[in-house]
Design a protein around this ligand. Structure first.
Ligand SMILES: Nc1ncnc2c1ncn2[C@@H]1O[C@H](COP(=O)(O)OP(=O)(O)OP(=O)(O)O)[C@@H](O)[C@H]1O
Ligand SMILES: [Mg+2]
Length: 479
C-alpha cells in the first residue's frame, strides 16, 4: 500500500489501541509480504492452544486474554489510512457493505474456553458477519474447525458487543488481493504471480468492483478531468491532469459495466498487453489501471489526436504517409518480436504526439501462437484469411491492416464495410493513386497481398529501401 505504513495493532481495553509503524508497506503484493503473511498463517495454526500468538508478525492482531471481550470496538479508521491515497493497493472484493460500521452483534457465538486461537479471536472481534468470516477463515487456514464454530455459534450474545464491518474487511485484507497472470508475460513463475494462489477461493474475485470502502473514487481523487478527447465502441477517453504530479494524461474508461469476473478479465487483456510490451516510442505509453464502479480505467500517455479520418487532417503527401508506415512498422516489429499481434490497426488507433506516431488501443491484442482467444478488430481492415478463420499468420494481419489504413488516409474517406471496394482490397487490388510514386504504390500493394506469406513482415518493411534516408532529400525522419 503506497503512501501508508503497515501498523502493528494491539487491541486492548476499549479506547486503547496502539500502533507500531513497520518498515515495510503492508498491502503491496510483494514476496516479503507474502512471507510475512505466510508466517502469520503458520503462527496461527501453531498457536491453537494459546490466545495470543507467540510471535508477533507484522500483520498480527494480538488480543489480551484477560480483557473482557464485551468492550471491543474496532474500526478500520483506527489502523488504516484511507484507501484513496493508496492507489496500488487494490481493494479486496467481498460482499460486505462497508458503510455499515459498528453494527451490534446480537448473535455472536458464546466463547467456549476449550477452543482457543482462531475461534477466540473471531469471537473476540464479535463479528456480525460471523459466517462470512468463518468461511474466510476456512479458506485461509484450511481447517475443519469452522464446522464446530457454526454448531456452537447459535446462542444469543448476552453482552453488548460491537463489531466494525471494516474490521471484517481488514480480515479480508490480510489476504492480499489476487494477482492476475499476464498471458503476454511468459517469464513469470506461478509463485511469483500469486504466492497465495492455492489458498484463495472466497476472496479471489479478480478485483474489487466497488469504489473504496470510504466511498472515494481513485479517478476523481487522483485526477482532474479536463475534457473528453475520444470515444470508441467500448470506451470514452478523457484528457486529465494528475493532481500529484501536475502532468496531463489520457484516461480511458470502459463505458460498459463489467459485472462478471470474466468480463473484467477480458477487459484487462488490453492492459496486460500494454504492460507486457513495455516502452516503445511508437506505442502509446501505459501508466496504470484500476477498476472502479465496475469500469476499467487505463491511464496512458496523452497524445494530440488520432489519425481518424473523422478529424480534419492534412495528411496527404507521400512523405508523411511513408513516415506513418515506417513508424508503425517499427511498432509492429517490436510487438511481433514479443509474440503479440495487435489485430486492430486502423487510423482510429494510430495517435500522433509531437510528430511521433503511436499505436494504441490494444483491446484486440492476442498472442501470435494463437494460444489466446482471438477477437478480430474492425472488419474493414481485416484481410480475407481472417474472415475465413485462418489465424496462421497473425503478424501479417497487422501488415494488411496497416496497408488498408494508409489507403484510407489517401482516399480521405472511411473504407466501406462491404461492397466492391472492400472486396478489391482483400484481393490485393488498388486503384491507381495519382500523385504517388510507383515504388510507394507497389509497397502498398505488397502490404495488402491476399497471400499473407507474400506480405512483408514488419521487420522487412522497416528495412525497405523506400525509407532509406539517403534516398530522401531534406528529410531525415527515418532513423
Ligand atoms: N492516449 C491517447 N491520447 C489521445 N487520444 C486518445 C488516446 N487514447 C485514445 N484516444 C482517443 O480515443 C479514441 C478511442 O480510444 P480507443 O480506440 O482506445 O477506444 P476503444 O473503445 O477501444 O475503440 P474501438 O472502438 O476502436 O475499439 C481514439 O480513437 C482516440 O481518438
Ligand atoms: Mg480504438
Amino acid at each position: 500500500m503506497k503512501g501508508s505504513v503497515a501498523r502493528h495493532l494491539t487491541v486492548q481495553k476499549l479506547g486503547h489501541v496502539s500502533f507500531k509503524p513497520l518498515q515495510q508497506p503492508s498491502f503491496s503484493i510483494s514476496l516479503s509480504d507474502s512471507f510475512r503473511f505466510q508466517s502469520l498463517l503458520e503462527s496461527e495454526a501453531q498457536s491453537a492452544d494459546s490466545i495470543i500468538p507467540s510471535s508477533s508478525p507484522p500483520l498480527d492482531i494480538d488480543i489480551d486474554s484477560n480483557v473482557d471481550d464485551k468492550d471491543f470496538i474496532l474500526s478500520q479508521d483506527f489502523f488504516c489510512t484511507p484507501d484513496y491515497i493508496t492507489p496500488d493497493g487494490q481493494y479486496i472484493s467481498n460482499s460486505l457493505d462497508c458503510n455499515k460500521e459498528n453494527i451490534a452483534c446480537p448473535k455472536s457465538p458464546e466463547k467456549i474456553k476449550t477452543v482457543k486461537s482462531k475461534r477466540q479471536r473471531q469471537d473476540g472481534f464479535n463479528l456480525s458477519c460471523h459466517e462470512q468470516v468463518v468461511e474466510l477463515a476456512k479458506d485461509t487456514f484450511g481447517t475443519d474447525e469452522i464446522n464446530t464454530e457454526k454448531a456452537i455459534g447459535t446462542e444469543p450474545q448476552k453482552n453488548h458487543s460491537y463489531v466494525s464491518q471494516s474490521a471484517v474487511a481488514l480480515r479480508c485484507r490480510v489476504m492480499p488481493p489476487p494477482c492476475i497472470k499476464n498471458p503476454y508475460q511468459k517469464d513469470a513463475s506461478e509463485t511469483d504471480i500469486d504466492p497465495f494462489g492455492n489458498q484463495r477461493s472466497k476472496c479471489a474475485g479478480i478485483l474489487p468492483t466497488i469504489i473504496g470502502g470510504d466511498g472515494l473514487s481513485r479517478y476523481w481523487t487522483d485526477f482532474h478531468e479536463i475534457e473528453q478527447i475520444g470515444n470508441g465502441n467500448f470506451s470514452c477517453v478523457f484528457k486529465v491532469l494528475k493532481r500529484i504530479d501536475g502532468c496531463f494524461y489520457a484516461v480511458k474508461k470502459s463505458t460498459r459495466l463489467l459485472h462478471q469476473d470474466t468480463e473484467r478479465r477480458k477487459a484487462l487483456m488490453e492492459v496486460q498487453a500494454l504492460a507486457a510490451l513495455g516502452f516503445h516510442e511508437n506505442i502509446v505509453g501505459y501508466y496504470s489501471s484500476w477498476f472502479e464502479n465496475e469500469q476499467l480505467f487505463i491511464q496512458m500517455e496523452l497524445c494530440d489526436h488520432s489519425l481518424s479520418i473523422r478529424k480534419p487532417s492534412k495528411l496527404s503527401t507521400e512523405g508523411e504517409l511513408l513516415e506513418i508506415i515506417y513508424q508503425m512498422a517499427k511498432a509492429l516489429q517490436f510487438i511481433h518480436e514479443k509474440g503479440i499481434a495487435h489485430l486492430d490497426v486502423k487510423p482510429d488507433n494510430i495517435y500522433i504526439k509531437n510528430g511521433v506516431y503511436k499505436l494504441g488501443d490494444f483491446g484486440c491484442a492476442t498472442l501470435l501462437d494463437s494460444t489466446l482467444p482471438i477477437e478480430e478488430g474492425d472488419a474493414r481492415y481485416m484481410p480475407q484469411e481472417v474472415l475465413n478463420d485462418n489465424y496462421d499468420h497473425l503478424d501479417k494481419v497487422d501488415i494488411f491492416s496497416l496497408g488498408a489504413a494508409i489507403y484510407e488516409l489517401i482516399r480521405g474517406s472511411a473504407l466501406p464495410e462491404s461492397g466492391h471496394l472492400s472486396l478489391n482490397l482483400r484481393e490485393g487490388k488498388l486503384p491507381l493513386l495519382p500523385g504517388h510514386s510507383v515504388q510507394f504504390q507497389n509497397l502498398l500493394k505488397a502490404m495488402i497481398d491476399p497471400d499473407p506469406v507474400r506480405r512483408p513482415s514488419a521487420k522487412e518493411l522497416v528495412k525497405n529501401p523506400i525509407f532509406d534516408r539517403d534516398q530522401r532529400t531534406g528529410k531525415n525522419h527515418y532513423s
